[in-house]
Design a protein around this ligand. Structure first.
Ligand code: UD1
Ligand code: MG
Length: 503
C-alpha cells in the first residue's frame, strides 16, 4: 500500500530510443495497445503518482513523439537527447532540463504499457521510507536473458546491476532483473550522473551504474521486487506488442467481469482501456468495444460486433454490427449486418436493421429503417417507418444535401429520396417512388406511372426460349381454367396498399 503521493517527486520517462525492431514508420511508443499509445499508458500511470514534475526524454522520431506527449499531457517538460548514448546520458539530459531539484526522482520507460500507477506509488513510497540513495524496481523472471541482473552479496544486499553483455557466466544465471524503473534521491543522482563512464560492452552511459557508485560511497541501495512482473515488461517488436496487448486486454475484460459484466467468451472479446460499461451489460463472442465507447445497463452487444467511440443506451441490442461515432438509444435494436457511420443517432426504441448503412442520420424515437437501405444526411422523425431498399440520395455529384422525413411518415419499398427534400409528418409514398419534390404532411407521393401489361410479349419477343415456353404453357392452362371460373379483372392501380414493408 502506498502512503499517499510523495511531496517532492520528479518522474523522468525515457522515450528517445530508436525501437528499430518494430520495423515501423511509427515510433515505437506511439503504437497503440487497448486503444491507447504505449506512452499514453505510461503517462497515465505516472500521473497517478501526482508528481510535481514530469520530464519526457525524446530523441528518435521526436517530431512524432513530442506532439503526442504534449497532447496527452501538456504539463510534461520535454528534454531532447540528440544521440542515444545510453540511459545514464538520457537521464542526465532530463536533469539538465529541470535544473536544480530535490526530493525523489523516479525513472520509467515509455514502452511498458501494463505499468500501473499504484505499483509506481508503492515503489516510490517504499524508496522514501527506506531513505535510500537508489531503489530498483526488480522482478524475478524465468528467462532473464537481455536484462540487467541484480547482483547481491552474501548478506543479500544489492551491490550492483550488471548488464547482460557485461555479465559473467555466473551472473547470467541470476533471475532477479532490473525492470528499468529506478528511484533516486535527487541530490545523489545529480552528483552521480557526471561520474558515469561508457567503458562497457555497449559503449553507453548506463544509468544502472549509479547503484555501484552509491555502494562505493557507503549509501543505501535496495531492490523492491514486484510480483506482477508483466507490468514492467517492455515492447521491443510486434510479437511482444501483440502478447502484451492480449495480456492487457485479458486484464481489462477480467476487471469488467468482476464488476458485473457478462462476457461469454473473454478470448474473443476486446475492450479498450477507456471504454465504460454499466452493470449487467452482456458481451457476446467476437466483439470489440473500442475508443471511448460507453454502454448502458442491460444492453447486449454481439456477437461479432465492432463499436468505436459509440454510445449505446440501456437495454439496447446490437447484433453483428460495425459502428463508429454513433449513438444508439435506450432499448433500440441494431443489426444484424448494419453499418453505422459517424453522426448516426438512433432514438429510443428505434431500429436499424439488416444491410442498412447510416451516416449523419438522426433517426427519431421508435423510428425504423429495417431493411437494405442507405441513410445518409437524414433526419427521420419519431415513429416513422422506412420501406425496404430505400436510398437517401444525398450527393448530387458536387455537394451533400439532407433529407427530412416527418413524424410517423410511412415510406414504401424501393424509394429514392433525392436530397434536398422533405417529407411531411404522417406523409406516405408508393413503392418505387423517386421523391424529388417535397411531400406535404399527410400526402401520398407517387412517381411511377400506372402499370401496363403487354400481353404475349415473351412469346413474341423471346420466341424459342425457356421463358417463352413457360409463358405459353401458363397461358394455355389459364385459358382452359377461364372457362370454369371468372377472372377478377381489377388490377390494383394505386401505389399504396402493400407497397411498404415493416418489421
Ligand atoms: C535497460 C537497463 C537494464 C534493464 C532493462 C529493462 C540500462 C543500462 N539497462 O536495458 O538493466 O534490465 O532496461 O528493460 O539502463 N533510452 C533513451 N536514450 C538512450 C538509451 C535508452 O531514451 O540513450 C530509452 C529507450 O528508449 C528505452 C529505455 O531507455 O525506453 C531503455 O533503453 P534500452 O536500450 O532498451 O535498454 P536495455 O538495454 O533494454
Ligand atoms: Mg530494452
Amino acid at each position: 500500500m502506498s502512503s499517499g503521493p510523495p511531496h517532492d517527486l520528479t518522474v523522468i520517462v525515457l522515450a528517445a530510443g530508436g525501437g528499430t525492431r518494430m520495423r515501423s514508420k511509427t515510433m515505437k511508443v506511439l503504437h497503440p495497445i487497448c486503444g491507447r499509445s504505449m506512452i499514453g499508458h505510461v503517462l497515465n500511470a505516472v500521473r497517478a503518482m501526482e508528481p510535481q514534475r514530469v520530464v519526457a526524454v525524446v530523441g528518435n522520431q521526436r517530431e512524432q513523439v513530442a506532439p503526442h506527449i504534449l497532447e496527452l499531457a501538456p504539463e510534461v517538460a520535454l528534454a531532447v537527447q540528440e544521440t542515444q548514448s545510453g540511459t545514464g546520458h538520457a537521464v542526465r539530459v532530463a536533469m539538465e532540463t529541470v535544473g536544480s531539484i530535490t526530493g525523489t526522482v523516479v525513472v520509467a520507460y515509455g514502452d511498458t504499457p501494463l505499468l500501473r500507477g499504484e505499483s509506481l506509488r508503492a515503489f516510490a513510497a517504499e524508496h522514501e521510507a527506506a531513505q535510500r540513495a537508489v531503489s530498483i524496481l526488480s522482478g524475478v523472471v524465468d528467462e532473464p536473458f537481455g536484462y540487467g541482473r541484480v547482483v547481491r552479496n552474501d548478506e543479500g544486499d544489492v551491490e550492483a546491476i550488471v548488464e547482460e553483455k557485461d555479465a559473467s557466466d555466473d551472473q547470467r544465471t541470476i533471475r532477479e532483473i532490473n525492470s528499468g524503473i529506478l528511484a533516486f534521491d535527487a541530490a545523489f543522482l545529480i552528483e552521480a550522473l557526471p561520474r558515469l563512464s561508457n567503458d562497457n560492452a555497449n559503449g553507453e552511459y548506463y544509468l544502472t551504474d549509479t547503484v555501484q557508485l552509491a555502494r562505493d560511497a557507503g549509501l543505501t541501495v535496495g531492490a523492491f521486487a514486484i510480483d506482477d512482473v508483466v507490468q514492467t515488461e517492455g515492447v521491443n517488436d510486434r510479437v511482444q506488442l501483440a502478447a502484451l496487448g492480449r495480456e492487457l486486454n485479458a486484464r481489462i475484460v477480467t476487471g469488467w467481469m468482476r464488476s458485473g459484466i457478462t462476457v461469454m467468451d473473454p478470448a474473443t472479446t476486446w475492450i479498450d482501456a477507456d471504454v465504460v460499461l454499466a452493470q449487467d451489460v452482456t458481451i457476446l463472442p467476437g466483439t470489440q468495444l473500442l475508443g471511448a465507447t460507453v454502454v448502458g445497463e442491460d444492453a447486449v452487444i454481439g456477437p461479432d460486433s465492432t463499436l468505436k467511440d459509440c454510445e449505446v443506451g440501456a437495454g439496447a441490442r446490437v447484433v453483428r454490427t460495425h459502428a463508429e461515432l454513433a449513438v444508439i438509444g435506450d432499448e433500440a435494436n441494431v443489426g444484424p449486418f448494419s453499418y453505422l457511420r459517424p453522426g448516426t443517432k438512433l432514438g429510443r426504441g428505434g431500429k436499424i436493421g439488416g444491410f442498412v448503412e447510416t451516416k449523419n442520420a438522426v433517426i427519431g424515437e421508435g423510428a425504423k429503417v429495417p431493411h437494405l437501405s442507405y441513410v445518409g444526411d437524414a433526419e427521420i422523425g419519431e415513429g416513422a417507418n422506412i420501406g425496404a431498399g430505400t436510398i437517401f440520395a444525398n450527393y448530387d455529384g458536387v455537394a451533400k444535401h439532407r433529407t427530412t422525413i416527418g413524424r410517423h411518415a410511412r415510406t414504401a419499398s424501393n424509394n429514392t429520396f433525392v436530397a434536398p427534400v422533405e417529407i411531411g409528418d404522417g406523409a406516405a409514398t408508393g413503392a418505387g417512388t423517386v421523391v424529388r419534390r417535397d411531400v406535404p404532411a399527410g400526402a401520398l407521393a407517387v412517381s411511377s406511372g400506372p402499370q401496363r401489361n403487354l400481353e404475349g410479349w415473351a412469346e413474341s419477343k423471346r420466341a424459342g426460349t425457356a421463358q417463352a415456353q413457360a409463358a405459353a404453357a401458363a397461358r394455355a392452362g389459364a385459358t382452359s381454367a377461364e372457362s370454369h371460373a371468372s377472372q377478377d379483372d381489377d388490377p390494383e392501380v394505386g401505389p399504396s396498399g402493400s407497397g411498404g414493408t415493416e418489421s
